[in-house]
Design a protein around this ligand. Sequence first.
Ligand SMILES: Nc1nc2c(c(=O)[nH]1)N[C@H]1C(S)=C(S)[C@@H](COP(=O)(O)OP(=O)(O)OC[C@H]3O[C@@H](n4cnc5c(=O)[nH]c(N)nc54)[C@H](O)[C@@H]3O)O[C@H]1N2
Ligand SMILES: Nc1nc2c(c(=O)[nH]1)N[C@H]1C(S)=C(S)[C@@H](COP(=O)(O)OP(=O)(O)OC[C@H]3O[C@@H](n4cnc5c(=O)[nH]c(N)nc54)[C@H](O)[C@@H]3O)O[C@H]1N2
Ligand code: SF4
Ligand SMILES: [Mo]
Length: 765
Amino acid sequence: MSRKAPESDIDEDQLRVGEPGRAAAGVKGVLVSLQRSWEQMGTSRTIRTLPLLNQRSGFDCPGCAWPDPQEADGDKRKMAEFCENGAKAVAEEATTRRVDPEFFARHSVAELADRTDYWLGQQGRLTHPVIKREGDAHYRPVEWAEAFRVIAEQLRALESADEAAFYTSGRTSNEAAFLYQLLVRSYGTNNLPDCSNMCHESSGSALTETIGIGKGSVSLSDVEHADLVLVVGQNPGTNHPRMLSSLEKVKQRGGKIIAVNPLPETGLMRFKNPQNARGVVGNGTELADEFAQIRIGGDLALFRALNALLHRSGALDREFIDEYCHGYDEFTASLGEIDWDEVTEQTGLERAQIERIAEMLAGSERTVACWAMGLTQHKHGVATIREVVNTLLLRGMIGKPGAGVCPVRGHSNVQGDRTMGVWEKMPESFLAALDAEFGISAPREHGLDTVDAIRAMRSGGVRVFLGMGGNFVSATPDTEATAQALQDCELTVQVSTKLNRSHVVPGRTALILPTLGRTERDVQDSGEQFVTVEDSMSVVHASRGRLAPASDELISEVAIVSRLGRELLGDEHPVRWASFERDYDAIREHIAHVVPGCADYNARVREPDGFVLPHPPRDSRTFPTATGKANFTVNSAEPLRVPEGRLLLQTLRSHDQYNTTIYGLSDRYRGIEDARRVVLVNAEDISALGFTDGDPVDVVSEWTTAEGDLQERRAKRFRLVAFPTARGCAAAYYPEANPLVALDSVAEKSNTPVSKAIQVRFEPA
Ligand SMILES: Nc1nc2c(c(=O)[nH]1)N[C@H]1C(S)=C(S)[C@@H](COP(=O)(O)OP(=O)(O)OC[C@H]3O[C@@H](n4cnc5c(=O)[nH]c(N)nc54)[C@H](O)[C@@H]3O)O[C@H]1N2
Ligand SMILES: Nc1nc2c(c(=O)[nH]1)N[C@H]1C(S)=C(S)[C@@H](COP(=O)(O)OP(=O)(O)OC[C@H]3O[C@@H](n4cnc5c(=O)[nH]c(N)nc54)[C@H](O)[C@@H]3O)O[C@H]1N2
Ligand code: SF4
Ligand SMILES: [Mo]
């Protein structure tokens, strides 16, 4: 295999395109995960580490938020309760490579800025806190105490606490997240943007309005006992691999699967389960019964048509609708006649297939709808998800076994961070409970989300940025503008485990604070600590790191927040900042008092499988909405049309990355090897546009501002790859394609960047 020199930014010359994979996982997946683990951490550490992944006595997988099997459901955990990509996530964190003070002495910030994301990430774990003061060319080591002093001084110097923004990524534990939002609110702002703003914000927004709570309503057992599962805008084979085991169970029980996606993703088509004989030697299990190859952004039109067909057929759960729902008459009146020309144009699907899917819905007794970024990261993402909810409401598919809504979360604790209060607009009830518990007065004015924080940094309204994990500059849209915004800050602070691009776009003063990862032992004065996390299905449980920390200098996220709190707010502050680090039970005691559903937290997280948070629609068909019922909604949107010669580009994940962390340069299931600057386009579109498969091109995005001006953004030198995506659509990898997303291109209501529908044209490179 021709591995490219990691320094080079242009990798498309190495590109090799093979056949896309026929089945996901299989023995190949096991081999890849072992190989990656050996590369990063050697044999003995691999043998010690992987068996602890997702076990009751071990650590929670730092990969995605897919839940673990529950003893209560009669499910035993397997010896190897993880997937290829979970193993890769662990290998990235448990690597034996190190970024130490000598590394920073060798490499200036300017030099590091020229490296690829892949190279940066591959350098290893950060070992010491480092600072870059104004005028310095290099980061250099700094004492922890001095680091906190610098941050506190800058924060105190601001005219208003609203001039600082405090970002969170979704790996932060519940304990650290709870303390962090407490610190930010004690300091005086609600500026708590998080990765969720770019992820499932549209789901939260749509679900809160329609069913009264922004979380999924199903358990793992519900998914596995459904007779029909919709997988819409999601690529589970790569991003939630163990979901394939659940989909396999659905098939084995005679259930059906419908996949809606512009790409024929390998993981949706066929699965070889390495844990049973058929997956090892046979052809595996066929998954999707219907593959609806939808045009990008066509989902709202599809679900409107499905709902009209369901309504017309009379296959409705009238009792459920009458007793639990609001707005049915208005909704059904809005459905009207189906304009099939319009529907087939917008969806790219055939009428017969849409009718078949409607019949499957009508015949199902237990339907689960799963979705991810293919629905949320669209201008009409919220409306589309509301329309999916309409489908389930028509059929009475919420609050009964084997049925419900399943937004499949990304980061392993992104849902927990929200539960703990990381949100720029937490409700009054939460803030009042916080005030009462700690004797503070949390600010009430809503804070800035991710896109608004970038806007505020650009206009000078925000001058200090702190990131609790994540890689802000590479994860957010409009990379060049965001980089400039960060560099204009007085101070940027990144709490991180690994080197990333956000470290090389420093503010005037910049700090990198290294921290313990999920896999590592966290020993405090009272002894060894554990933390807690919440998965995509509201199960809260403990996670215990077992490996020796990457360096003796590392302190936990909890310690970082507590020590900063003490430095910034002092020992006289009503919150006893010094009291948390010793024993995390003290934090959990407060969580029990403040966070709804967390009473008796310390005891319940010590149960082997943890506990499940309350979810009124799931538990008792209670809908805590404004109407007190589940709301039907009327949704419409102008179709996504692009001018002649343009395509709709989505940005997505390869099989060998975790968001902005690039594990490797290949995308096995899609047959792409050794290149990431590629754009996948339907062969017929390539020739219609006058190009040939393999041509090097610049990708130019076109965005019309509110004032009607046409803006262009350019990502240079990508290679065209003929790929069986829907006509009129294209796909490129995130984060390489992020410079193409206009900061102002956001979803209605949720303000989520539109990462999945960018109008582009190609120019010969
Ligand atoms: N290994 C690995 N696991 C991960 C991550 C990772 O980077 N690597 N990231 C984690 C995170 S934070 C998240 S949020 C999740 C993301 O999980 P996914 O949402 O599965 O991730 P994406 O790669 O963004 O894929 C989006 C899917 O939506 C499809 N799609 C795009 N546009 C449309 C559309 O208009 N309609 C429909 N119906 N489909 C569309 C794409 O073809 C693709 O299959 O994964 C999590 N798990
Ligand atoms: N174009 C485009 N943009 C997107 C998306 C897309 O599909 N397309 N997806 C969006 C989505 S869904 C998401 S969730 C965001 C992700 O945005 P982020 O969450 O900001 O990005 P990550 O790449 O997950 O963050 C990786 C960094 O987190 C740090 N890290 C890892 N583990 C830990 C830990 O335990 N503690 C601490 N403190 N730091 C840690 C490491 O230093 C690593 O470099 O990106 C969004 N951006
Ligand atoms: S499915 Fe997600 S949580 Fe489970 S092992 Fe794989 S990456 Fe980890
Ligand atoms: Mo995400």
